[in-house]
Each structure stands twice: as C-alpha cells, then as structure tokens.
Design a protein around this ligand. Structure first.
Ligand SMILES: CC(C)(COP(=O)(O)OP(=O)(O)OC[C@H]1O[C@@H](n2cnc3c(N)ncnc32)[C@H](O)[C@@H]1OP(=O)(O)O)[C@@H](O)C(=O)NCCC(=O)NCCS
Length: 312
C-alpha cells in the first residue's frame, strides 16, 4: 500500500456508522491503561459531540478495501474561531510509516486554514519521537512540558499568542463562570511556561489536565475574564487553610484583576500566596482588594523562593 492509495475526508456529525465502528480511541487496546479514564469523554466526542466547539474528524480511507485507516480530531472554539485543538491522531498499524499520517495533517492544515484558524495546539508525549518530529517539521513547536513527559505543541504566527490574550485597554472585560466555549482558549492561554507556576498545585499544568476535556471543574471554583467572548484570564479558588486559596493567570493586569475580583467576591475568606518576584500577579491581586500580610520562604522545584501572602 502507498500513501496515494488513501482518500481524505473531512467528516462532520453525525459520523458515518462504519467510521464510528472504526474509531480507535474508544478501544481499550488503543487507549491503553494510562488513558482509560478518558474513554467516556471520547465516546461522547464520537457519538454525541461536545459543546462549545465546532469539531471535525479528518479521516483517511483505503481506496482499495474501503476501510478507514487514519483519523485526527480537530475542535475549533466557538468563542475564539482562530484557535483550534488537534488531538487523538491515529493511523492503523499496517499503514504507518507510508506517508498516510502526513497526508492527514496536510488536509487538516488546509481545512483549518480555510476556516481562518491561525493557532493550532496539540498534546503529545515527549518520548513519542516520531510524532514530535513529525509535528515539528510541519511548524509546531514545543511550548510546555510537564514533569511526567506530557507536552503541548503550538503552531501559530509569531506574536499571535500575546496578541490574542492581551485585551484592548479601551474595551470592557467581563468575568463569569467557565463555559465550554472557553476550554480550547483556556488550554491555549495556559500553554506557556510562564503560566502555571502557582496554578501548579491545582493541577493546571501541562497536558495532564486539558481544560478541554478532563479538568475537574468541580474540584475548585473558577472565574473566567473575557473580552469580546474570548477568555483573557482565569482565576481559581480552592478551600484551604481555613479560607479560599486564590490564584489567577493572564497576560494582562486588568484582565487578571477582573477575574480575581469576581472570584474573591464570591468565596469566603480569600487569600493568596504569590512569588515575591511575580509583580504582575501581585498588582492584580491588590487591584482585586487583597493586601499583603507577610512573607515566607519555601523550596519549590529545588529553588528557595520568597512567597508573599495576601488576604482580604
Ligand atoms: C503518529 C502517526 C499518526 C503517524 O502516522 P504515519 O502514517 O505513520 O506517518 P507518516 O508515514 O506520514 O510519517 C510521518 C513522518 O514520520 C516519520 N517516521 C515514520 N516512522 C517513523 C519512526 N518509526 N520513527 C521516527 N520517524 C518516523 C516519517 O519519515 C515522516 O517524516 P516526515 O515528517 O518527513 O514526513 C502513526 O504512526 C500512529 O498512529 N502512531 C501511534 C499513535 C500515535 O503515536 N499518535 C500520535 C499521538 S500525538
């Protein structure tokens, strides 16, 4: 078989029955034990659909036998149609290494590009050399690696991340509870090394969480600041230390302050701990009505850092 012996298809819901029967990532032997917890969500993706996104399967079919042999799932945020998530890529074992995967990605890039998507992020594992190399040669770069080897890769024009998540100073920013259409942009917002340092205790780091599908929204309170529908900051609070431990991330002080204020107003006894050097986050918390109480030292990832405690 050669790569030319497959036809490429852009599938929308409802997916053809034989394609649903083929879909590999609901099969335990493909998913493997470490990803078995995602099976329920993947069944939803293939059978019912998930809210907040326009999603498609880019699929390859063997033209001789008629069998489906490859697929990748793409989802575009309804809130930010320039951002897409690319995931769960698979080529049947008998067809691997022949160029089929390369053709699936080319069709995916053409399809998303024609729709105006400019930033495509994907999760993979650093030890999946074949996949990482394949993405890198097609313009993706590593953005963040979690200590267990999960990585995010992003493909975007230079400066587009900053531009997308830096709000216009003249336009309003409003905060509200997270909505499904926030998830892809939130994954994107948190996909940089600068993002997760203090959100780390809440598990909001690397592709271990995926706002898009496996994040535990019940485990904490969240508030999203948005401008023009697109998320620009995320605040999180967990019950801890006799109050609500608060944290916030965004690129912009005002956006962070809007999310932190709304959240601090809705929880009991908000407090926060921020690295002394994290000037932007400290100012945003002050804007949200918290004030400095005291500081202490802690060893984080082998380094001694000074932490400032803020209370309201
Ligand atoms: C990753 C996968 C989808 C790629 O599909 P494929 O049809 O095998 O890919 P191709 O034949 O088009 O090869 C793609 C590239 O990988 C290279 N490649 C192929 N086999 C390789 C190997 N064993 N090691 C390193 N590179 C390899 C090819 O030379 C090609 O290089 P190019 O970028 O210059 O085109 C497929 O191998 C697969 O399903 N793997 C198991 C699941 C998986 O890892 N999914 C990705 C999760 S992020």
């Amino acid at each position: 078989m050669r790569a030319d012996d497959v036809s490429l298809h852009v599938l929308q819901r409802p997916f053809p029955e034989d394609f649903v029967a083929f879909y590999p990532y609901v099969r335990p032997e493909v998913l493997g034990p470490e990803r078995s917890g995602w099976r329920g969500w993947l069944c939803r993706v293939i059978e019912e659909g998930v809210p907040g996104v326009t999603d498609r399967m880019i699929a390859a079919r063997d033209t001789t036998t008629g069998e489906w042999v490859g697929v990748v799932w793409t989802s575009v945020s309804l809130a930010c149609p320039e951002l897409a998530h690319f995931g769960w890529f698979y080529v049947a074992e008998r067809c691997q290494g022949l160029g089929v995967g390369g053709r699936v990605i080319a069709t995916c890039l053409d399809t998303l590009g024609a729709d105006g998507v400019r930033m495509i992020m994907l999760p993979t594992q650093i030890d999946n050399e074949r996949a990482v190399g394949m993405y890198y040669r097609r313009g993706w770069e590593l953005s963040i690696i979690d200590p267990r080897g999960g990585v995010w890769m992003v493909r975007e024009p230079a400066g587009f991340y900053e531009q997308t998540f830096t709000p216009d100073p003249l336009r309003p920013i409003r905060a509200g509870e997270p909505q499904p259409s926030d998830y892809v942009p939130l994954d994107y917002l948190l996909s940089r090394p600068t993002a997760p340092i203090r959100l780390l205790p809440l598990g909001l780091v690397g592709n271990r969480r995926f706002m898009s599908f496996v994040h535990d929204w019940e485990g904490a309170r969240h508030m999203v600041a948005r401008q023009g529908g697109c998320p620009v900051a995320l605040a999180v609070a967990v019950e801890e230390g006799g109050g609500s431990k608060l944290d916030v991330f965004g690129l912009d002080r005002r956006a962070m302050a809007v999310a932190a204020t709304e959240l601090a107003d809705s929880v009991g006894r908000p407090w926060a701990e921020v690295a002394a050097t994290d000037g932007l986050r400290r100012m945003a918390l002050e804007d949200a009505g918290l004030h400095f109480e005291d500081s202490r030292s802690e060893t984080v990832a082998g380094a001694e850092i000074a932490l400032c405690r803020y209370v309201r």
